[in-house]
Design a protein around this ligand. Structure first.
Ligand SMILES: *Cc1c(COP(=O)(O)O)cnc(C)c1O
Length: 420
């Protein structure tokens, strides 16, 4: 929340104006697309001053702001977008990237050195899983995975204590709710575990991929996380027409991440920044409608005789007290991702997907249109079958991302595809 005439406005009220000064852009009510690679300095002295700050050659004075230099370092569309993104999560700062994967990989590389240990939850997004297991390990980073629940029953604590590189714990990386099972992980528990390994020189970071519920329905920084990561391709973009990512955290951590971003050159371009500014204006509206629809879709599926089980945060109840406690502590709404097991196997799952008429058969999520996919052979095809089954990614599991369509049309389409 930010102050405007002494009133603290809510994020959805600020998405149309925050951080943008019309008087700097001919009075345009909307932020233009600053489609420019470079920016003119008013004097050589100014250019020198900007570079001194950009390269950390001297401390910033109170009134000084980092001036515009070159669009790999900064651009008004990205800066305004970054400022607006901080409001939802209550973060000090944000960095925007050209994809969710570049936000994740840059954040991991910023805080991990050869010989360090990374602890991570399973299952994580397929691209993240690959980057952790096959790229970070090439640079001498050790990795230790755990499953939801193992942070609570002592298993992870024991495994970490027994790990030869435990004294070099650099980061704990989480995805909660997990994709595609909606399993929840206790962020505060992992904060405490990270703190137990802190030294005077170093505090292990806790990073949370908040793509599945954020930025509206879960705020990991409030539960002890240091960094929040997004595939902005999903809810934030929300229209399946742009690939982007973001990382949020303290000003110091985001500065370190932006320093690496400058040299990897994986910032988003101004056109992407502008599209996301536009998307943010309707973020709360879209997500609210999506949750409303998803609740009804999940209830419909739970009653259907051809459905064996439904995994939806809105259906967690007292039968699973651990998950219920985490849900109540961490989540503000159940989100719009519903997965369910159809009775049968791959054949029945494929028949359902092929019969859908309005809902599109595609990966990705969080968009205005509803999408359906088969995790075992699509998003999670790269995961070893035995491991995949142990996370509950079975051959009869279908994942739905519920959009903003009329609920009657959604239930009709799912109903007719189940009948077939
Ligand atoms: C899509 C996704 C990513 C990767 O984001 P891209 O924008 O495709 O690079 C990371 N994490 C989660 C949970 C995702 O759904």
């Amino acid at each position: 929340m930010a102050d405007q005439n002494d009133r603290r406005l809510q994020p959805e009220s600020l998405m149309m104006s925050y951080g943008y000064k019309p008087e700097l852009s001919e009075g345009a009510v909307k932020c233009p697309i600053f489609q420019t690679s470079t920016f003119v300095f008013r004097s050589a002295e100014e250019g020198k001053a900007f570079f001194e700050l950009a390269y950390g050659l001297r401390e910033q004075t109170e009134q000084e702001e980092l001036g515009l230099i070159y669009s790999r370092l900064n651009n008004p569309d990205l800066e305004i977008l970054e400022n607006r993104l901080t409001l939802w999560d209550g973060a000090e700062a944000a960095a925007v990237f050209e994809s969710g994967m570049s936000a994740i990989s840059t954040a991991l590389m910023t805080f991990l050195d050869p010989g360090d240990l990374l602890v991570f939850s399973n299952p994580v997004y397929g691209g993240t899983d690959h980057f952790i297991k096959h790229v970070l390990t090439r640079f001498g980073i050790q990795v230790l995975g755990f499953r939801p629940g193992e942070e609570l029953d002592g298993t992870l604590e024991r495994q970490l204590a027994a790990h030869p590189q435990a004294h070099r714990l650099g980061m704990i990386y989480l995805e909660t709710p997990a994709n595609p099972t909606n399993a929840l992980i206790d962020i505060a528990r992992l904060r405490a575990l990270a703190d137990a390994y802190a030294t005077p020189e170093r505090r292990p970071r806790v990073a949370v991929d908040n793509t599945y519920l954020g930025p509206v329905w879960q705020h990991p920084l409030q539960h002890g996380a240091d960094l929040v990561l997004y595939s902005a391709t999903k809810y934030i973009g929300g229209h399946s027409d742009v690939i982007a990512g973001a990382c949020l955290g303290s000003a110091a951590d985001i500065k370190a991440i932006k320093d690496l971003r400058t040299f990897l050159g994986n910032m988003a371009g101004p056109w992407t920044g502008w599209l996301l500014l536009r998307s943010l204006e309707t973020l709360k509206l879209r997500m609210s409608r999506q949750v409303e629809n998803a609740r009804q879709v999940a209830a419909f599926l739970a009653r259907h005789p051809r459905v064996a089980s439904v995994h939806y945060l809105g259906l967690i109840d007292g039968s699973d007290p651990q998950q219920q406690a985490i849900y109540e502590a961490q989540c503000l709404a159940p989100g719009a991702m519903v997965s369910f097991e159809i009775r049968g196997g791959e054949k029945e799952a494929f028949a359902f997907l092929n019969r859908l008429k309005m809902i599109k058969l595609a990966v990705s999520l969080g968009s205005t249109e509803s999408l359906a996919e088969h995790p075992a052979t699509m998003t999670h095809a790269g995961v070893h079958p035995e491991e995949r089954l142990s996370y509950g990614v079975t051959d009869n599991l279908i994942r739905l991302s519920v959009g903003v369509e009329h609920i009657d049309d959604l239930l009709w389409d799912i109903g007719q595809a189940l009948q077939g």
